[in-house]
Ligand binder design. Structure first.
Ligand code: NAD
Length: 258
């Protein structure tokens, strides 16, 4: 039985993970990390501490949906205690992503901006469309609930990375985000991002390929956080026998890389 520690257990994803695990055979939650114990899931009867160094026992794997500063504390502890990490937190900058790569030399990590099966298939299709519609203007539109703190969403950036990969360019060289005012004409080859925030929207993403006389739109709509939670546990069970390395959901789901 895989022993799981949920990081951010008092948060929205923490609750979804707790509920998801109640119906699973191969894994059980043994501990949680959260800076506050005011919002723990109902029925939560495991050890919950505010920092991993206070845990009485290390879990086999951490499933982390928290904030970047918290995630680095988890990675440091995991590297010292030989734990695996499922990293769902978003909002890391490029330097922080490089640091995650360094940790993956010591421990196995599945890092994904989105653990839903549908979104990972979407990224696969975006890469193909971007390659075939090489002249199309690519715009990525995302919508999330009013409490989300980062923009564009990690998933939107992952879709952008897939589009950039399809054209053999680096996203950071072609990305244009949050246009406002006299922006000038659209830069040829750029990939644009727009973010909408409101209400209880779980997560919606559309990649638009705008060409002369036609437009292709590929969309995904998440209706509940359970799809992320199920994907995260699927990744945790998949990671059980893996060597140190940085994995993503393409590998977990066995999607082709081309
Ligand atoms: P949330 O704000 O509801 O929950 C975050 C939890 O982390 C809170 O309970 C908070 O107290 C805790 N936390 C924050 N900083 C901490 C620290 N330094 N130490 C200990 N605990 C700390 O947020 P959420 O909606 O559950 O999302 C969490 C993260 O997961 C976000 O980055 C979000 O973008 C990401 N997310 C990723 C996916 C995916 O599939 N990869 C899906 C949904 C959300």
């Amino acid at each position: 039985m895989l022993k799981v520690g949920i990081v951010g257990i008092g948060g929205r994803m923490g609750h979804a993970l707790w509920e998801c695990c109640l119906g699973l055979d191969g894994a059980k939650v043994v501990c949680g990390i959260d800076k506050s114990t005011d919002t723990l899931p109902s029925g939560c009867n495991v050890e919950v501490v505010d920092t991993p160094s206070k845990l009485s026992q290390a879990p086999d794997v951490f499933i982390d949906f928290s904030r970047p500063d918290c995630s680095f504390g988890i990675l440091e502890y995991a590297a010292k205690n030989n734990c695996k990490v499922i990293l769902g937190t978003t909002g890391f900058d490029y330097d922080q992503k490089d640091k995650i790569k360094e940790y993956s030399k010591k421990i196995p990590i599945v890092f994904a901006a989105n653990f839903s099966v549908g979104v990972n298939i979407l990224c696969n299709l975006v890469k193909k469309a971007s390659k075939i519609m090489a002249d199309a203007d690519i715009e990525i539109v995302e919508a999330h609930h009013r409490y989300k703190v980062d923009a564009p969403s990690g998933t939107a950036l992952a879709i952008g990375e897939a589009a950039a990969e399809g054209r053999n360019v680096n996203l950071k060289d072609v990305m244009v985000s949050g246009r406002d005012g006299i922006t000038g004409e659209r830069i040829y080859g750029s990939i644009g991002f727009s973010s909408i925030r409101g209400g209880d929207i779980v997560g919606e993403h559309t990649a638009m390929f705008c060409s002369e006389g036609e437009r292709l739109e590929l969309s995904h709509i998440a209706t509940s956080r359970q799809n992320f939670a199920r994907g995260a546990f699927r990744a945790a069970l998949w990671l059980e026998d893996k060597k140190p390395g940085l994995y993503d959901m393409t590998e977990v789901l066995g999607l082709d890389k081309d």
